[in-house]
Design a binder for this molecule. Structure first.
Ligand SMILES: Cc1cc2nc3c(=O)[nH]c(=O)nc-3n(C[C@H](O)[C@H](O)[C@H](O)COP(=O)(O)OP(=O)(O)OC[C@H]3O[C@@H](n4cnc5c(N)ncnc54)[C@H](O)[C@@H]3O)c2cc1C
Length: 445
């Protein structure tokens, strides 16, 4: 996977730590500026409206931070990983919602006190003012997004339905921007405030448009990806080989994933994340998918020559994070895909692979894995059985028996969420340092 010089040695700042610090510093610096602007602007028409303004300014900041988390900035994504960034996006999202609602309630309360009117009458009067109305609509859109993102509804909605509703966040964003622009107490409070907010909004919008639209469109126009072969690996697993122009210039690494669309074959709005199941060597790319729902099952029937639209590469499950010369790669089921790619990148031996499957027949790509392990002088353990039945290889004792020097290795884990969580728990019990543990959960939301 790596030569020794590429390892992150003890004492050096790890890429993930550097990226977290960069993010925290960015947030902190902006919080300081916003606090300063708030204090410099003086109090509002009454105490309640002053506090309302405080919440409003922080809501704007949170909204812009949300954009940064989902802008798919490659530097952040490779270091922190889209899965972790998405979890932060979720928490920032709920914090944003409460901040916006507090701001809205305090504005109505503040004006009700000022005018000595009821809350309902004040609310209706504010709805007649363009700036406030836009703010109310933005808040309503955020409420819808938050409600469909609760675990209860998220589990019950089809991914595409949930994602479609989630796009309302962009409507909220546009409305919030104009709302803030029209509010004289923020944008227009001073020349510096105006410059600061314009810069921040332009950076956030620019980052989002470049990361989510310009880069993918440019990359697809440049590489012109298309299906080169479709190879069934088992009854329910299929590999799709993709070629394109100048693939050697695609900055992808083993262990990463793309979000794939097959517009001529599936509906254009269906996009699914699949890891590369072979190291990207500059000639072709390969995904290997298990049939779970309609899209993954339909990949078996995609004709050769179909144009492919891909977003990526994404993900931090790569050798960028290696700290030790020895590696332990643990895969469960179709979680073998990025593990197989990482193994191909391994240039020296000292690699152990644990591949957990129900039966030997379920072990897709196992011949390739066996060959790669043998070529590197490593060890492969094919572990058959079901979770909860018979020997449990991922209990701490089982792992220690299979890999006695486990604490001396980097450990890469990819498999079903329950298996991955069980392995991560055992690694903690075995005191494997956190910096050596790398997981891909095949789940973004
Ligand atoms: C980073 C990552 C890498 C993955 N790599 C592989 C791989 O190499 N091989 C493999 O077989 N599977 C992989 N998966 C899982 C794969 O994405 C889903 O099994 C697939 O998208 C199911 O789609 P479907 O439409 O066939 O099924 P559906 O029944 O429509 O979806 C099943 C579930 O898959 C998830 N899903 C569907 N679409 C998306 C999407 N666009 N983004 C995020 N989640 C989605 C949702 O949780 C959904 O509920 C990966 C997932 C992630 C997040």
């Amino acid at each position: 996977m790596v030569d020794a010089s590429a390892l992150n040695r003890a004492g050096f700042v790890l890429p993930v730590v550097a990226a977290r610090w960069a993010l925290w510093m960015f947030v902190l610096a902006n919080v300081v500026v916003v606090e300063t602007l708030f204090l410099a602007d003086g109090t509002g028409k009454n105490g309640t409206l002053t506090v309302a303004k405080f919440f409003g300014l922080h809501a704007a900041l949170l909204l812009l931070f949300q954009l940064l988390l989902v802008a798919r900035v490659p530097w952040l994504d490779r270091r922190i990983g889209m899965d972790r960034l998405t979890v932060w996006h979720r928490w920032v999202g709920f914090t944003l919602l409460w901040t916006v609602l507090t701001h809205a309630v305090l504005v109505v309360l503040g004006y009700a006190r000022l005018d000595d009117a009821s809350m309902t009458k004040t609310f209706l009067a504010l709805a007649g003012v363009t700036a406030s109305l836009l703010g109310m609509l933005a808040a309503a859109a955020l409420v819808v997004v938050a409600v469909v993102s609760t675990r209860f509804l998220r589990r019950r909605l089809r991914y595409e339905t949930w994602h479609g509703l989630h796009l309302l966040v962009y409507l909220a964003l546009g409305l919030a921007f104009v709302h803030q622009l029209l509010e004289t107490t923020t944008f227009k409070s001073s020349g510096f405030a105006e410059l600061y907010w314009w810069t921040l909004w332009l950076l956030a919008f620019g980052g989002l448009v470049v990361g989510r639209i310009v880069m993918p469109v440019w990359r697809n126009a440049y590489h012109r990806f298309q299906v080169a072969a479709v190879v069934p690996e088992s009854d329910d697993v299929v590999s799709v080989h993709v070629t394109g122009r100048h693939l050697d210039r695609l900055p992808a690494r083993a262990g990463q994933f793309f979000i794939w669309r097959f517009p001529g074959h599936h509906h254009w709005w269906l996009a699914n994340p699949f890891s590369l199941s072979a190291a990207p060597g500059g000639q072709s790319l390969r995904l290997t998918a298990k049939a779970v729902g309609d899209t993954s099952a339909g990949l078996r029937h995609v004709p050769v020559g179909t144009r492919v639209f891909m977003e990526g590469p994404y993900g931090a499950f790569t050798s960028l994070h290696r700290t030790r010369p020895g590696a332990l790669l643990i895969a469960g089921g179709v979680g073998i895909t990025p593990v197989r790619a990482l193994l191909e990148e391994e240039s020296a031996g000292d690699v152990v692979v644990l591949y957990r499957v129900r039966t030997e027949n379920d072990a897709v790509l196992v011949d390739e894995v066996r060959e790669l392990v043998a070529a590197r002088g490593g060890r492969l353990h094919l572990l058959t059985g079901r979770t909860g039945e018979g020997a449990q290889p991922f209990e701490p004792d089982g792992l220690r028996a299979l890999v006695p020097d486990i604490t001396e290795r980097d450990v890469y884990v990819c498999g079903p969420p329950a298996m991955t969580s069980a392995v991560l728990k055992s690694l903690r019990v075995l005191n494997v340092p956190g910096r050596q543990v790398h997981a891909e959960k095949f789940s973004l939301a």
